[in-house]
Design a protein around this ligand. Structure first.
Ligand SMILES: *Cc1c(COP(=O)(O)O)cnc(C)c1O
Length: 239
């Protein structure tokens, strides 16, 4: 199956799910997660209609971006946006703020501070999502609800003038049973609603949740952005 075939099938599933959940198709943004795949895969997906991409490593994307720039990709494909969705070390913040159109995996105040400084130096406004850790797994990143750290970040954000909060992001534990993911998605939505009430100076409607195997449940639980890798590009090489 080609990337275009995969996208066509995915689009049918997204549309059917939106219909079932009584939602407008336009209320769900599709991010194609191109990590581990070559820059040609990004070009192919763009040609098939994708306008939003997710990458999880600064180094890897820096190389792909150079390849894309050498082919004039960004000049010819102006509306393409690339978001960072992977854990960022603070020492990579400056490079990330320059490379990416949004950092969707902000998981500490320290990182937010660094991104804000770097965005100021790069003279840009950087959209961000806060990554929330709802799962006890060690391997998951993010800020835990009802913690001093999350509160401190939300208190400080209105003063970080070069960051624009767009919403919350989460990755639930993997399960073959889709319904296992639902409580996590629901919890993220409730958290957004209560934090939005507590922090009226911030506007953040976005809910980035749902991947290849569980996006339908995420859409039912109000996801505004789904992050799809495998279902578009095929399986990733095992690392
Ligand atoms: C890799 C990745 C995805 C995409 O996962 P698939 O299961 O391949 O769709 C989504 N979100 C994050 C944060 C990822 O790291």
């Amino acid at each position: 199956m080609s990337i275009a075939d995969n996208l066509a099938r995915l689009e049918e599933q997204i549309t059917a799910t939106c219909h079932r959940a009584n939602r407008q198709r336009e209320s769900v943004h599709l991010m194609a997660v191109s990590k581990t795949h070559p820059s040609d895969a990004i070009i192919e997906a763009y040609a098939a209609g994708v306008r939003l991409f997710g990458e999880n490593r600064v180094q890897e994307y820096a190389l792909k971006r150079a390849a894309l720039q050498s082919q004039d990709f960004f000049a010819q494909h102006a509306p393409a946006a690339i978001h960072c969705i992977g854990h960022l070390q603070s020492n990579k913040a400056a490079q990330a703020a320059q490379l990416f159109d949004s950092v969707d995996s902000v998981d500490s105040l320290r990182l937010a501070d660094r991104l804000n400084k770097a965005a100021a130096e790069a003279n840009k406004q950087l959209p961000i999502f806060i990554e929330i850790k709802l799962s006890p797994e060690e391997s998951k990143h993010g800020l835990t609800p009802d913690t001093v750290e999350l509160d401190a970040l939300l208190e400080k954000l209105p003063n970080l003038a070069h960051l624009e909060l767009r919403g919350l992001m989460t990755v639930p534990p993997y399960s073959d049973d889709l319904e296992q993911a639902r409580p996590y998605f629901r919890q993220l939505r409730k958290l957004r609603d209560s934090l939005a009430q507590q922090h009226p100076r911030l506007t953040f409607d976005g809910l980035s949740m749902g991947m290849s195997h569980d996006f339908s449940v995420a859409i039912e639980e109000d996801a505004t952005l789904i992050r799809i890798g495998t279902a578009i590009f095929g399986a990733r090489p095992a690392v």
